[in-house]
Design a protein around this ligand. Structure first.
Ligand SMILES: [Zn+2]
Ligand SMILES: [Zn+2]
Length: 632
C-alpha cells in the first residue's frame, strides 16, 4: 500500500518530524535558564545588517514543536495547548481534530469524506495522517463524538498507517459502528481497546486530559459533545449537533451540563457550523414523522422511502408508520441492513423481525402492503435508489402507482447527482416527494438560534467555528460576534493550522502536514486529485517540467533552470518558446532571491502560473507544468 499526499504538500521546515526536534530538546539541560528572548530572534532582528531572510529552512517554525513546555519559573498563564485540525474545515466531512498539551496528543473523530462527481473512480477521501504517524507515541486516545462516516470512517486507515495502541472512546452505538468499520476493512480481531462512554461519564487520558461526554441530539442516536478538561482550561468540542427539544427516543440534549460547564468557565468552544447560514431553529425529528405518515398514508401503491442508513431515528419512524399502516418493510442497501442490525443490537432501534420481508419476495404481497426502505438519496452511483431510478434494479421496477419519498436533502456537492436521480424517478411516472416540498426531512445540524443558545450556555472566552465550508465558518463567526464574543477571541481555522491556545490568547502559531488522501479500491492515496486532473490533462496537452536548483551556500536559486517537455510538442518547434521560458524564469528567480521570505509552495505556484500563462499565450495549450526545487 502506498501513501501519497496531495493538496498542500509538506514544505521545508514544516514539522511533520517533531520527533527529531524533540530529541534535540532532550539534550538540553534539565532546568534551562529562562531566556528573555530567543537568540535566533536577535539574529533575525532588523538591527542585524548581515541578516538575509531567504533561507530555505524556517527555523522559527521548527522551534514551535517544543513549545508547550513552560520553563521552570515560567508564567502559568502562558502554558500552551495546541489545536490542530487535520480535516473538516473549509469542507463538509473528513472531521479529524488533534489537541496537544506538552508531549501528549488526543484526537477527536477520525472521519472520511465522500468524493465529489469530479473524482471518477474514487471511493473515499481521508485525511493525511503523516503527522500522527510521526508522533504516534504521543497519541494517547481517540475520542469519537458519534457514528457518522465523516467522524469514524477513517479509523481502519489511520490504524493501518500508524498502528496506534491508544484506546478509542465512544458511546455504545458509536463503538459498535466503529468496530464494524474495522471488520469491513479486513480486521478480524479489533486491534485496540474500546472504552464505552455515555452522557456525563468521564475518562482520564494520559497525564493531562480528562474527557467528559455530554449527550446531544443529532441525526444518529448516541451522539455526544466532548468537554476536554485540560490544565489550562476546559475545551468544548460540540461535534455535530442540533437542539431537538422533542427527540423521538426521548433522549434530550444535556443542556444542563453545558450550562454547568459555562458557569464554571469554558476557555474555548469549537462548534458545528454546518447550518450556520440557516436562520431560526432546525425542525424536530418529530415533525418529520408527521409528514412521513401523511405521505405514506396517501399512497395507494408501493412506497419507497430513501434516507441515510445511519439516520436511526428516521428509520424507527418509518418502521413504526409502516407497521401502523399495515405495510411490510423490505430493506435495500448494504449499509441499511448493517446499521439496522447494529442499532437493534445496541437497543437504539426497535422492530419485530416478522415485519421485515426480503426484497426478493415483494411480488408475493399486494402493492399497498409494501414499503421499501433504501439508501441512495445522494445519487451515489451504486446505491439502491439510483439503480431503481436508472431502471437497473434487479427486483424493483417502478410503475405510476408507486410513491417515492426522498427523506433527505442533498449534501453540498451532491446536488447534480441527486437531481439526476429525481429526474429519472419522475420519468417513470411515479409520484416523487422530495426536499422541502413536504417537510420529509430535518437536518441534524443546529441553525442560528441553536448556535446562539450553545454560546449563551457555555459562555466561552474563545471561539473557533468548525465543521463546514468557509462561508459557513464565516457566518458562524458573525453570529459569535453578535453574541458578544470579542473578534480578537475568534479564530477562523484551516486544515493543517497549528492553533496555539493559552489562558489569555488564541493565535495561529504554525502549521502541520495536512491534506487529502484518495482511496481507490485497495489503493490508499495512490491516486490523488491532482493525478486525476493531470491524467485528463496529460492525455490532451503533455507535460512541462522545470527543475530549479536552490543553492544552499548562496542561499538563493541558480539561474538557467532545466526545462524538459514530454508529449507537449516537437522539440524543433519548441526552441523559441524554451528561450522565452528560460528568460522569464531567470527574471523570476532573481526576484525570489531578493525576497525576504522563502516559501517553496508559493514559488512553485508562481512558476506554475507564470509558465502556464506564457505557454498558453504562445501555443494556446495547457500542458501540466511541474516545478521542482532541488537543493544543491
Ligand atoms: Zn454527524
Ligand atoms: Zn459530521
Amino acid at each position: 500500500m502506498s501513501f501519497k499526499v496531495f493538496g498542500r504538500k509538506k514544505e521545508e521546515g514544516e514539522e511533520s518530524t517533531t520527533q527529531n526536534v524533540e530529541k534535540k530538546v532532550s539534550t538540553a539541560p534539565k532546568n534551562p535558564p529562562v531566556k528573555k528572548e530567543n537568540p535566533n530572534r536577535n539574529f533575525q532582528g532588523k538591527g542585524n545588517p548581515n541578516f538575509k531572510k531567504n533561507s530555505i529552512k524556517k527555523p522559527e517554525l521548527k522551534a514551535l514543536a517544543i513549545e508547550g513546555e513552560t520553563p521552570v519559573g515560567g508564567d502559568k498563564k502562558l502554558e500552551k495547548l495546541y489545536i490542530m485540525p487535520l480535516g473538516g474545515l473549509q469542507e463538509v466531512g473528513k472531521n479529524n481534530m488533534l489537541y496537544q498539551y506538552r508531549d501528549e496528543i488526543i484526537m477527536v473523530d477520525v472521519g472520511v469524506t465522500f468524493p465529489s462527481d469530479d473524482m471518477p473512480g474514487i471511493d473515499l477521501v481521508i485525511a493525511d495522517y503523516t503527522f500522527i504517524a510521526n508522533n504516534k507515541d504521543k497519541l494517547k486516545g481517540i475520542i469519537l463524538t458519534h457514528g457518522h462516516e465523516d467522524h469514524i470512517g477513517a479509523l481502519p486507515y489511520l490504524y493501518n498507517q500508524t498502528d496506534f495502541k491508544c484506546p478509542i472512546l465512544g458511546t455504545k452505538l458509536t463503538v459498535e459502528l466503529a468496530k464494524e468499520k474495522f471488520k469491513s476493512n479486513g480486521h478480524k480481531n479489533i486491534p485496540t481497546t474500546f472504552v464505552e462512554m455515555q452522557g456525563r461519564s468521564k475518562y482520564k487520558i494520559g497525564k493531562y486530559f480528562e474527557i467528559e461526554y455530554i449527550r446531544v441530539t443529532h441525526s444518529i442516536p448516541d451522539a455526544c459533545s466532548i468537554a476536554i478538561h485540560t490544565p489550562i482550561g476546559t475545551i468544548i468540542h460540540t461535534g455535530d449537533f442540533k437542539i431537538d427539544l422533542t427527540p423521538i427516543n426521548g433522549e434530550v440534549m444535556d443542556l444542563y451540563k453545558f450550562a454547568e460547564l459555562g458557569e464554571k468557565g469554558v476557555l474555548v468552544l469549537l462548534a458545528d457550523s454546518t447550518n450556520a447560514e440557516r436562520d431560526g431553529w432546525t425542525n424536530s425529528e418529530l415533525q418529520v414523522g408527521e409528514s412521513l405518515r401523511e405521505g405514506i398514508a396517501k399512497s395507494k401503491g408501493r412506497v419507497i422511502v430513501g434516507t441515510f442508513a445511519s439516520n436511526v431515528h428516521r428509520i424507527q419512524q418509518v418502521f413504526d408508520i409502516a407497521k401502523s399502516l399495515g405495510r411490510k418493510i423490505a430493506l435495500d442497501g448494504r449499509s441499511m441492513h448493517k446499521v439496522s442490525e447494529v442499532a437493534k443490537r445496541t437497543g437504539h432501534l426497535d422492530y419485530d423481525d416478522k415485519d421485515l420481508i426480503d426484497l426478493r419476495n415483494i411480488h408475493n404481497y399486494p402493492e399497498n402492503e409494501i414499503l421499501i426502505l433504501c439508501t441512495g438519496t445522494q445519487g451515489e452511483p451504486l446505491a439502491a435508489l439510483t439503480r431503481v431510478a436508472q431502471k437497473m434494479h434487479k427486483f424493483v421496477h417502478l410503475n405510476e402507482r408507486d410513491t417515492i419519498i426522498l427523506s433527505a436533502t442533498p449534501i453540498p456537492g451532491n446536488e447534480k447527482a441527486v437531481y439526476k436521480t429525481i429526474n429519472a424517478l419522475l420519468m417513470s411516472g411515479a409520484n416523487v416527494i422530495y426536499e422541502k416540498v413536504a417537510g420529509m426531512h430535518a437536518s441534524g445540524h443546529a441553525s442560528r438560534e441553536e448556535l446562539i443558545l450553545m454560546m449563551r450556555l457555555t459562555k466561552p472566552k474563545f471561539f473557533i467555528p468548525v465543521h463546514g465550508e468557509y462561508k459557513m465558518l464565516v457566518k458562524h463567526k458573525e453570529i459569535a460576534k453578535e453574541v458578544g464574543i470579542l473578534e480578537s477571541n475568534i479564530l477562523l481555522p484551516e486544515n493543517g493550522m497549528k492553533i496555539e491556545l493559552t489562558k489569555e490568547s488564541v493565535r495561529v502559531a504554525g502549521k502541520i502536514q495536512a491534506g487529502a488522501i484518495m482511496i481507490d479500491g485497495l489503493g490508499v492515496g495512490d491516486v490523488g486529485e491532482s493525478i486525476i486532473k493531470d491524467r485528463q490533462n496529460l492525455s490532451e496537452n503533455g507535460i512541462v517540467i522545470v527543475v530549479m536548483q536552490f543553492n544552499t551556500l548562496k542561499k538563493g536559486f541558480n539561474f538557467n533552470p532545466e526545462v524538459t517537455t514530454k508529449g507537449f510538442m516537437h522539440n524543433k518547434y519548441s526552441d523559441e518558446l524554451m528561450e522565452q521560458i528560460a528568460d522569464k524564469m531567470n527574471t523570476e528567480l532573481l526576484k525570489f532571491n531578493q525576497d525576504e521570505e522563502f516559501d517553496d509552495g508559493l514559488i512553485k505556484n508562481r512558476v506554475r502560473e507564470m509558465l502556464s500563462k506564457i505557454i498558453y499565450m504562445k501555443m494556446k495549450r495547457n500542458p501540466v507544468v511541474i516545478p521542482i526545487i532541488v537543493e544543491v
